[in-house]
Design a binder for this molecule. Structure first.
Ligand code: ATP
Ligand code: MG
Length: 410
């Protein structure tokens, strides 16, 4: 009986030698989790691919789409799974090619065999299936180099998988295979994209958002949550920390020179994020900075903020243009939400003329104008969090669980 299944292809994890099984298991767990609300019966390994089976034997385009967004997935094919019977797989090939989106003119058959003692070889398979397709589509042509459609006929053990469509996945590595990072997360375009990029390389991401509350409303906090939900199938975020920063920003703005305010806010943000990293066992911070994009993102200013932390700070967007970032945000599904304007700590107490080329001596002097250590302690005390169930690999810090549950918003 012919069934529909999803075949998942991966590149990079194939290269990991001895770690391969660990990576594959991570990917299986993450795909199962991304499909947890769909009618999936099994996700398993077959000969260099993963196989996703539906309870009713009819995997759907919707499943294939969700799988394609999981980091570690290079391509997904919605395939027909047949027995070794020639008639059965030939008619599946006719159906598969018949479903290829028009317009197309040319096709070829690409037969493969893995771990099978099936007597037909790939050349014979190509000929048999090719002849059937030529008869079924007399107006179309066979083209060996660069055809519009390739019909893959893959014999694996006792089954034949037949498919044409093979949508691209997001690539990268399975989330949970590269440790944990703390990402400085606003509701703007950049930081969600930066977070996703590091997540796509296998890191579990723990965003920390600084809100302007109680001086501003909590709107930016809700937008951050919506953004994280929009990123859901990629499964990179398990928990969002929220730091109400408005009152402390006001204190800073009263004592430091106006032009250096933003840099002071940012140093405090980095230090609080670094404290969260210690609880979480995270090995780096991530920001959405892009060189020269705004006043605080000059090389000098990046350096004087960076100076206050000892963890590495990853800036995956440093060389990206705003247009590229916006396009990524569209693909990621965060664009619409990020275009909504909400006041957060960045719009609060902004100087008219921020320093663009800060000197370290100037910064260290301003840093001493307020009790930054006490402020950092106080902010850490007031941190709240919200959990998300999208990230299979996220493990919350054990020793903090009880205390944070009290602090979490109801
Ligand atoms: P974004 O689009 O990510 O908001 P931006 O273009 O507004 O970035 P900045 O305001 O200079 O640029 O912020 C640079 C980076 O600092 C952000 O990408 C983010 O990593 C971090 N950041 C900014 N605002 C916040 C915030 N309210 N909470 C946490 N991190 C923030
Ligand atoms: Mg912003």
């Amino acid at each position: 009986m012919t069934e529909r299944v999803c075949l998942v292809h991966y590149h990079e994890i194939g290269l990991k030698g001895k770690n391969r099984a660990t990576f594959e298991n991570r990917l299986i767990a993450n795909i199962s989790h991304a499909l947890r609300n769909m009618d999936v019966s099994r996700v398993c390994r077959i000969s260099g691919h993963l196989l996703v089976e539906a309870n009713d034997g009819a995997a759907t385009q919707q499943m294939a789409h969700a799988i394609s967004r999981v980091p570690g997935v290079a391509r997904v094919s919605l395939a027909y799974r047949c027995g070794l019977d020639e008639k059965e797989f030939c008619s599946a090939a006719v159906r598969a090619l018949g479903e290829a989106p028009e317009p197309w003119q040319t096709f070829k058959v690409h037969a493969r065999r893995s771990s099978t003692d099936y007597p037909l070889h790939t050349l014979e398979l190509n000929q048999i299936v090719g002849a059937e397709l030529c008869a079924a589509f007399p107006q179309k042509k066979v083209l060996m180099h660069g055809p519009d459609c390739t019909v893959v006929v893959h014999v694996v053990q006792g089954s034949v998988y037949v498919y044409v469509d093979s949508g691209p996945g997001v690539g990268g590595l399975p989330v949970g295979s590269a440790g944990k990072v703390i990402s400085l997360f606003s509701s703007g375009f950049d930081s969600p994209v930066a977070t996703w990029m590091v997540g796509r390389r296998g890191a579990v991401c723990v965003p920390v958002h600084f809100s302007g509350r109680p001086v501003t409303s909590d709107e930016s906090e809700w937008l951050c949550q919506d953004i994280i939900r929009a990123m859901a199938p990629s499964g990179v975020v398990g928990r969002l920390y929220v730091v109400p920063f408005g009152e402390h920003q006001r204190q800073i703005s009263l004592v430091v020179p106006q032009s250096l305010r933003v840099l002071m806010y940012r140093r405090v943000m980095f230090r609080v994020a670094e404290r969260v990293a210690v609880w979480e066992g995270a090995k780096a911070l991530v920001t959405g900075e892009s060189l020269g994009q705004v006043a605080s993102q000059t090389l000098e200013n990046i350096a004087v903020v960076n100076e206050c932390v000892s963890l590495p700070v990853l800036r995956p967007l440093i060389g990206s243009d705003k247009q590229e970032i916006m396009r990524r945000a569209e693909d990621l599904g965060t664009y619409e939400i990020s275009s909504l304007d909400a006041p957060d700590c960045c719009t609060l107490f902004m100087p008219r003329r921020p320093e663009t080329h800060a000197r370290l001596d100037q910064i260290l002097e301003a840093w001493e104008l307020f009790d930054h250590e006490a402020m950092i302690d106080e902010l850490v005390e007031r941190i709240e969090y919200v959990d998300f169930d999208q990230c299979k690999a996220y493990k919350p810090p054990k020793h903090l669980r009880a205390r944070h549950r009290e602090l979490a918003p109801a």
